[in-house]
Design a binder for this molecule. Sequence first.
Ligand SMILES: NC(=O)c1ccc[n+]([C@@H]2O[C@H](COP(=O)([O-])OP(=O)(O)OC[C@H]3O[C@@H](n4cnc5c(N)ncnc54)[C@H](OP(=O)(O)O)[C@@H]3O)[C@@H](O)[C@H]2O)c1
Length: 302
Amino acid sequence: MKRDRVMADARIMNGRELASIVRKQIKAVISQANVRAPKLVVVLVGNHPASLTYVKAKERAGLEIGLNVELVHLSENITPIELKRVILAINHDSSVDGAIIQLPLPSHLQANECLNWLDPKKDVDGLSALNLGKLVNGDASGLLPCTPKGIVRILKHYQIETKGKLVTIIGRSTIVGRPLSILLSHSAWGGHATVTLAHSHSADLIHLCSQADILICAAGSAKLIRSEFIKPNATVIDVGIHKLADNTLCGDVDFASAKEQAGLITPVPGGVGPMTVAMLLQNCMLAWKRHFGLAIDDEEIL
Ligand SMILES: NC(=O)c1ccc[n+]([C@@H]2O[C@H](COP(=O)([O-])OP(=O)(O)OC[C@H]3O[C@@H](n4cnc5c(N)ncnc54)[C@H](OP(=O)(O)O)[C@@H]3O)[C@@H](O)[C@H]2O)c1
């Protein structure tokens, strides 16, 4: 069913603006604290071009709000033992509050194994087994993965009710779809949604998507989702990022087609991406606050 033609295009959920608000809040907290500033260490292995761009963006965003950021750039050929030694030194350094290992890693390194070397208290990407386990258990003492956390934050900011709603997420990765499906369905995190987690083996994707009150696309397939996938007036969150031949960016959603059918939609760029970085900074602030026993707002956890 197509939306009534007299209705306006979807309202844009501005992740860039919301991320800026979050960054300003963090900056104010850091500048008013009477302990040293938080420190984030970014570990980059090799010279993956997209990773270099992401790492620089994280470094810049951190420095702008008063974080100390150290980039540890390691050789593509580093052995697992050498990398473990670097991570353990970070764990033992009490001046470091948060650390991330930029993914993807070269193929001779097992990402899951390397992520688990990090002290879970400093694992500000929230991807270690302990932090993912705490997410599943609804245990708020951990750190949540940044992209799912950023998406929940967008939904909250735009007052999108998830309780009792049908949510379809396309993509079951450990960094986006799977943890998000748990956050949105779990009673402990307040989601209470009925979640369908679709993947490349799912039958009839159009049907699964067009039932959804909230459709979240994290498939990594450019412009996969068009208006016929979208329930009229549904909320659409686009996680995908793709560089087109003309150097412009697009998402997993065909924005021009989808905005005629959706009620609210995130753009690419300017939607989920900036919120992911903002949540990384927020997780670093959270780890720092826990280290110094400073007061924590519920909103900083989720
Ligand atoms: N904005 C941000 O901050 C941010 C953060 C992270 C990722 N991203 C972007 O989000 C996208 C997804 O990232 P990811 O790391 O989660 O990707 P990923 O690890 O490659 O996972 C993609 C998932 O989508 C599923 N899938 C792929 N094509 C599909 C199709 N045609 N129909 C149904 N399911 C399909 C795959 O199914 P199978 O499991 O069956 O293979 C897989 O579960 C990428 O474009 C990435 O660049 C953006």
